[in-house]
Ligand binder design. Structure first.
Ligand code: HGY
Ligand code: MN
Ligand code: MN
Length: 426
């Protein structure tokens, strides 16, 4: 099996990346493409066309995950597949490559594998997951729905009054939210899952290394904090008689920041959203809603942080916290890591093992016992979740090549010294 015959097409890949970046493009070069928004729906339709052009059978499941499938010539049709995937949705005023790079590189990898003439070892799938960024509620929605990991009533929850929730967006697409359970698949349908993604940090770019081999993804807590006060007239209410929700929220923000910093460099905490209600210049804020995102590779530190934050809220009258989602740290499969490294060795490409401080759909598959791997490519100066997010086309091509080679190594169980890890070599 001469995997070196597989050759990705740099020009075709670059064209796909540039075209996908047009959907929701903003004047400053970023994109506004929230999950299932008009821009996202157009991006998805365009990508479905590219998947069909690449010979994939394309379908959309009950929660709008797009699934493209390539069946092997004969024998293993319908068997467990090797899947890749990522997302088209983006954070508000985000970058063009978070999610998109993984999708375009995966599509290019599947085209190059077919063009090599090497028979695919088993079914291959490319998936576009719905609402990875949590535009509606808590994030990695599509992959969690695929394995029945949604929290109770999640598709009817939003991140605040007047904000869209998934059931609404699915209905707008003509889907019946009550049927969302039909998206559930069995883990036995998958031999392995691989996601290529931009690093979203500065390590690879600063070292000039084109490939990151991800060892683990950070554990993530997503909480909603509410602070109740008393709305009132901004002109006639003396300061001493006020119960100002925003003043109390401001104290919480600084106290949470101090508490997280006190726990050292292995944890990060972000209050990224705040809504003041009713929200007018002449009304004393009666209620504040804010989101708290906590991340650490160390469970014990996350646990300590939760305790400190509960303490802070307990000491603030009218403050409460609801946990939207708690995702465990996701370890990557050792054997897949070695397959990725073997692919790099054969192509003369340098690589670096590293963790991911960003969350991904590749966190969901390990919870189901599905061997999972992640390949990072550099992003310029590590910038991400902002209009300045950028990559080098050359790095995308190297990433697509290593992804293609690794898919085939997993498929044919080629070329690693050790037998550690769990990849099922059918
Ligand atoms: O939030 C994250 O870490 C990812 O970008 N969804
Ligand atoms: Mn992101
Ligand atoms: Mn992402």
């Amino acid at each position: 099996m001469d995997i070196s015959r597989i050759k990705v097409n740099k020009v075709r890949l670059r064209k796909d990346l540039e075209a996908l970046g047009k959907f929701g493009e903003e004047p400053d070069g970023g994109i506004l493409r929230p999950a299932l928004s008009e821009a996202d729906l157009k991006a998805r339709e365009w990508f479905k066309g590219r998947m069909r052009d690449a010979g994939l059978q394309v379908r959309e499941d009950a929660v709008a995950n797009i699934i493209g499938r390539l069946e092997p010539a004969s024998g293993a049709e319908g068997g467990p597949c090797i899947a890749t995937g990522s997302h088209t949705d983006a954070v508000l005023h985000g970058g063009k490559f978070d999610g998109a790079a993984g999708l375009c590189c995966s599509l290019e990898a599947l085209r190059a594998i077919q063009e090599s003439g090497i028979p695919v070892p088993c079914p291959l799938e490319l998936m576009v997951f719905t609402d990875e960024e949590g535009g509606h509620y808590a994030g990695t929605f599509g992959s969690r729905a695929m394995f029945n990991l949604l929290v109770e009533g999640e598709i009817y929850k939003s991140r605040g009054a007047g904000r869209p929730f998934l059931a609404q967006s699915l209905e707008r697409m003509g889907k019946d939210p009550a049927q969302s359970g039909k998206a559930v698949r069995s883990p036995s349908e998958f031999r392995a899952f691989l996601e290529l993604h931009i690093e979203q940090g500065p390590v690879l770019d600063s070292l000039g290394i084109p490939i990151g081999v991800v060892e683990g993804i950070v554990a993530i807590d997503r909480h909603m904090i509410e602070v109740e006060g008393k709305a009132g007239h901004a002109g006639t209410t003396p300061m001493r008689l006020r119960d100002d929700a925003l003043v109390k929220a401001a104290r919480i923000v600084t106290a949470v920041n101090r508490a997280v910093r006190s726990l050292g460099a292995d944890i990060v905490g972000t209050i990224g959203e705040m809504k003041v209600h009713p929200g007018a210049f002449n009304i004393i804020p009666g209620r504040v809603e804010m989101t708290l995102d906590l991340r650490s590779m160390k469970k014990s530190i996350l646990k300590t942080a939760r305790g400190k934050i509960r303490e802070i809220l307990r000491s603030t009258r009218g403050a409460s916290l609801a946990t939207a989602l708690s995702k465990d740290r996701a370890r990557k499969d050792r054997k897949i890591m070695e397959f990725i490294e073997e692919s790099c060795r054969q192509r003369g490409v340098s690589w670096k093992r590293m963790g991911s401080g960003a969350g991904h759909d590749a966190m969901t598959f390990p919870t189901q016992g599905i061997p999972t791997g992640m390949i990072f490519i550099p992003c310029k100066e590590g910038k991400s979740h902002c209009p300045e997010e950028a990559i080098r086309w050359e790095d995308a091509a190297i990433g697509a090549q290593i992804l293609a080679d690794t898919i085939m190594r997993i498929g044919f169980n080629i070329g690693t010294k050790s037998t550690s890890g769990k990849v099922r070599a059918h």
